[in-house]
Design a binder for this molecule. Sequence first.
Ligand SMILES: Nc1ncnc2c1ncn2[C@@H]1O[C@H](COP(=O)(O)OP(=O)(O)O)[C@@H](O)[C@H]1O
Ligand SMILES: [Mg+2]
Length: 310
Amino acid sequence: MGFETVEDVLNQLESAQYIASDEMATVVFLALATQKPVLVEGPAGVGKTQLAKAVALCLNRRLIRLQCYEGLDEAKALYEWEYAKQLLYTQMVKDRINSVIKDAPSLAKAVEKIAAQEDAFFSDRFIQPRPLLKAILSPDPVVLLIDEVDKSDPEFEAFLLELLSDFSVTIPEIGTRKPVTIPLVFLTSNNYRDMSDALKRRCIHLYIDYPPPEREMEIVRTRVPGIEKKLLERLVKVMHRIRDMDLKKKPCISETIDWARALAALEVKDLTPRTVDQTLNLVLKYQSDLILIRQHIAELLTACPGPEPC
Ligand SMILES: Nc1ncnc2c1ncn2[C@@H]1O[C@H](COP(=O)(O)OP(=O)(O)O)[C@@H](O)[C@H]1O
Ligand SMILES: [Mg+2]
C-alpha cells in the first residue's frame, strides 16, 4: 500500500474526498519516500489536519493523533507509569515482599533488597504508552499527527525534535526502545508562534493557504454534490472578497462548505442581499465581523455578479 507517483497521490486523496494541490501531493509523496516528517503551516481551517487524516485513509494506516496544548509534557505524550496498577500488584504480592526483606538487619538493607527487585515493577507491564510511544511501537506503520504543535511549549518542541531524529525512546528504568516501524509524521501549526529553525530543518515544510477559487469550488462540490455550478461560483467569489476584508477571523473552508449546505437546504438559486443577510451568521463568527460585512453586502454582490443580475 503506497503511492506510485505524485499524480497517484492526487487521485487517491480525491477519492478520500480531499482535494490537494500539486505542491501538497508532491510533499506527501516525498515524505513517504524519504521518511521525513512534514511540517504543515497555515491559517486555521485550510485543511492541515484533514490532510493527515486523508493520507492515513489512502494508505490504509491507523491515524494516531497527539493534540498539543500549553503545558503538554512528555508523560502525556510518550508514556506514563501506571502507579495504580503497580500499587495493586504490590498489595497482592505483599507476602512475597515480606519474605524478601524479613532477614534484613536494618531498614537500609531492607530498602536495598527491595531495590534489587525493582525490575519487576518497572517493566513494560506497567507502562501506559501515550500517542508517541504507541506510534513507534505499532507493528504496522501508522500516520502520526502531531496537531497544533505551536500550542505546545518550546521545551516540548525540543523534545519532539530529538524524538524525530531517530524515533527511539529512552525510558530511564528500562532502557532504549527502538522503533518497531517508522510512522509517517505530520506536524501542524497555525503559527501562534514560530517553530524553531531546527524543527523546520528536520521537516519537509508545507504552507497551505486559502485555496484558489477553482480548488475551493472542487472542495465544496465533494461535500455538497448537488449545488448549482453558477451559485457555487458566485459563493466562492464572494467568500474570497470577504477574506480580503479586515476581519477579526477570516472564514475558512468549512465555513464555505456550511454556507453552501445552508443555501442548498434553503433551495436558494442565487445570492441576493436577503439570502446573504439570512445566512451570514454561518460564515462569520464574530459580531463585529458580521456588522462590517452586513454593511457591504450590496457592494459584494455587485463585485461578484451572479447568473442573473439581482
Ligand atoms: N483540500 C480539501 N479537500 C477537502 N476538504 C477540505 C480541504 N481542505 C479543508 N477541507 C475541509 O475543511 C475542514 C477544515 O479543515 P481542517 O483540516 O480541520 O483545517 P485546519 O486543520 O487547517 O484548521 C475539513 O473538515 C474539511 O471538511
Ligand atoms: Mg487542524
